[in-house]
Design a protein around this ligand. Structure first.
Ligand code: FAD
Length: 689
């Protein structure tokens, strides 16, 4: 090897550079590990360390998509504290590392609440939990004792898929299941009763397993509650801002030109202007709102087929009733301080009681028997205490007296007390026991190719007279009636009580929502058109189920505009409505057909035409069975179903089973297996709710 002086110098230089490079990386590593050390001591992510440091002796974990699993986990945790004085840590699986789970003290049991989303999937935030479970080996969790409650919907193929998978992986890792894996079924509308039945057996088991003494329920707060003398005009007091970044005291959220600054996501929504809204139905008695959110400047991105999450607030009427029922002063400014570091603030604080009731608590919606059993300790009279006790124990009586009357918490309590106030119930109990308002999801009905900066949604308004008594208040959905109020107001239409059953404060906290703005974020979905435009597509979307397909078709229209020489496969849309008056986007479809020159065809079923038999999308599929079979079997068509999960999605599934079994001359069981395979490979996609 003949190295001259220059070569040597170059090599030395290179060696030095390499040393310096790795040295720098090493330095980075050391710095990072030092940071981690600081992190662990101040704000550990290690679940076992956190549990020990906070002197807890029970662990409740949840993986939640829309807040239901979290709500049940919290209820369960609260009951363990109130009845057995356990010191419970309740945490989102997303917030901690579980690597040391097997090191839990031997007296600690873990109760897991897990929702299933989409095709048997774990909730978004619980995907790392799924990875953790998948990578476990036999014996890794041999010291762990757990209970498991799944929240699912039997109208989906993979009913409670996430909980079932978690259970299998936990038991393969050697963990011991106490009792049975609970399976709540939202499809049958029995989630609350499924929970109550599961909870009763599990708590009995825990009583003997952990030698627990049961006492009368006694509320044990998680927060130190205090009333502040501060004025509500103080810039640090939240008046219902969606997150504390929006408080004037923070200044961070607004750039110098007054724009909000991101990044915007599920923890920090963008307050988006609704630039256009319109009523889509012409029938008068029902309503469906088209709303367009402008996301210019927010850097919010979406893809056709994604979901928009909308953060609603409660209506004036419901807020007023709730405040009246509990004798609350909306102006009171209060603070909550977590009693230990495992507890997180539920919303921006300090705030006013009025703001919390309007913006942060889910004050309408059905109530659970469990809430009755915990609220009875504060009943204003012994008679009412007894009445709540009876109702909380008797499932049928509770259904007859409360559930079938569609009563929310304030309605139910005022009904039981004949209108007398429940001002004996402490506000801090309500804050900790009433579920927190969750965002509502909508399938985006625009296309990210044709409308990059605008997101459209298509929402049916949930509003019906109380089925039991005309005098009782109407049963109204929170978000959709808010959208309707905005639509009526924005288009200068009648907003009187004769038109709108409920009204909202459209200005929002400190005018944040003024000029028709609402907080939103985008949720990624897997509902996507095939990447090859020549692949045929069969879409089934009756009612608002047509929303993402409007997006799909607008996408294809943009595509042919940009690439006129590429030919499209057949795009067949099965749509259903009652009649012509609730036919969504009726005027738009012929335009799309024209632009797509025969590649797009719409088949419409009407279910309520006078003197005509009821026709649904399932029937239309069967009428076109030969063509559909050829598209699937010979041309590899992709199938998409969107809308009602209960009746429609199952009916449509059965129609495809029939079409495949007849076409392939196989049994229905074999055809159903084929569809299962299509689902796994993404050729049969559902966006149902
Ligand atoms: P909520 O306040 O959530 O009430 C829900 C229902 O409970 C209503 O029917 C309400 O009337 C009823 N209710 C209220 N009080 C009581 C009571 N005390 N007892 C019993 N019942 C009561 N919807 C669409 O219209 N278009 C879409 O594109 C769409 N896409 C979706 C996509 C996904 C992924 C999901 C999960 C859902 C989707 N939805 C869609 C449904 C939507 O998210 C909302 O659930 C729906 O709009 C109702 O919201 P709300 O706030 O108005 O009603």
């Amino acid at each position: 090897l003949g190295l001259d002086t220059l070569d040597f110098a170059v090599l030395c230089g290179l060696a030095l550079a390499v040393c310096a490079y790795f040295g720098k990386d090493k330095l980075k590593e050391i710095l990072a590990s030092n940071n981690d050390a600081i992190k662990v001591s101040n704000d550990s992510r290690d679940i076992v360390e956190t549990l020990r440091n906070n002197d807890k002796n029970y662990l409740v974990l949840y993986g939640s998509q829309t807040g239901t699993a979290e709500d049940y986990a919290r209820k369960f945790a609260k009951e363990l504290v109130a009845k057995f004085s356990l010191r419970v840590m309740c945490a989102d699986v997303e917030s901690y590392d579980l690597q040391n789970l097997n090191e839990l003290p031997s007296n600690v049991v873990v109760s897991i609440f897990l929702s299933t989303y989409g095709e048997g999937d774990f909730p978004d935030g619980a995907v790392p939990f799924e990875d953790y479970l998948t990578n476990l080996s036999s014996g890794d969790l041999e010291n762990v004792r757990y209970t498991l409650f799944g929240l699912g919907n039997s109208t989906y193929e993979f009913f409670n898929g996430a909980a079932k998978k978690a259970n299998k992986l936990l038991s393969e890792a050697g963990a011991t299941l106490l009792g049975k894996c609970g399976e709540a079924d939202d499809g049958a509308g029995t989630t609350d009763e499924d929970y109550m039945a599961w909870k009763e057996t599990v708590t009995d088991l825990l009583k003997s397993e952990l030698a627990l003494d049961e006492h009368e329920q006694k509320f044990q707060p998680n927060f130190k509650y205090s009333v502040l003398e501060t004025s509500k005009t103080d810039p640090a007091v939240s008046l219902g801002e969606p997150t504390s970044q929006y408080l004037p005291s923070q200044q961070l959220t607004f750039s110098p030109d007054g724009r909000q600054t991101g990044p915007f996501d599920a923890t920090h929504p963008f307050v988006a202007p609704i630039v256009k809204s319109k009523e889509l139905f012409q029938c008068g008695e029902r309503n469906c709102i088209h709303a367009e959110f402008d996301v210019t400047g927010s850097n919010l991105k979406y893809s056709t087929g994604d979901h928009l999450a909308l953060w609603p607030s409660n209506s004036d009427e419901k807020v007023e009733k709730f405040l009246k029922c509990f004798g609350l002063n909306p102006e009171t400014v209060f603070e909550l301080k977590p009693l230990d570091s495992t507890i997180k603030n539920p919303f921006p604080l300090p705030t006013t009681i009025g703001a919390a009731v309007r913006h942060y608590l889910e004050i309408t919606g059905p109530i659970s028997r469990q809430l009755f059993s915990s609220i009875m300790q504060f009943a204003p009279t012994d008679e009412l205490k007894e009445r709540l006790n009876d109702l909380s124990k008797d499932k049928d009586e509770f259904a007859k007296e409360i559930t079938v009357k569609y009563l929310n918490l304030a309605d139910a309590l005022l009904y039981l007390s004949d209108g007398a106030k429940w001002d004996t119930v402490p506000w801090n109990f309500l804050v900790e026991s009433v579920p927190h308002l969750q965002p509502r999801y909508y399938s985006i009905s625009s296309s990210s190719s044709s409308e990059k900066q605008t997101i459209h949604i298509t929402a049916i308004v949930e509003n019906m007279p109380n089925p039991v008594s005309e005098k009782a208040p109407p049963v109204t959905g929170v978000a959709t009636n808010l959208l309707r109020h905005i639509q009526q107001s924005q288009n200068k239409e009648d907003i009187s009580a004769s038109t709108l059953p409920v009204h909202y404060d459209l200005s929002g906290p400190r005018d944040l929502f003024k000029s028709y703005k609402l907080p939103i974020h985008v949720r990624r979905s897997t509902f996507r058109l095939p990447s090859n435009p020549a692949t045929p597509v069969i879409m089934v979307g009756p009612g608002t189920g047509v929303a993402p397909f409007r997006g799909f078709i607008r996408d294809r229209t943009k595509f042919v505009e940009l690439q006129p020489n590429v030919s499209l496969g057949k795009h067949l849309l099965f749509y259903g409505s009652r009649d012509e008056r609730d036919f969504l986007y009726q005027e738009e479809w012929p335009e799309y057909s024209k632009k797509l020159e025969g590649a797009f065809e719409m088949v419409v079923a009407h279910s309520r035409l006078p003197n005509k038999p009821r026709s649904y999308v399932q029937h239309k599929l069967i009428e076109r069975e030969d063509e559909i079979f050829k598209l699937i079997a010979n041309e590899g068509a992709f199938i998409y179903v969107c809308g009602d999960a209960k009746g429609m999605a199952q009916g449509v599934h059965s129609a495809f089973v029939t079409i495949l079994s007849r076409g392939k001359k196989c049994t229905e069981k074999e055809a159903a297996e084929m569809i299962k395979m299509f689902k796994s490979s993404g050729k049969y996609q559902e966006d149902v709710w």
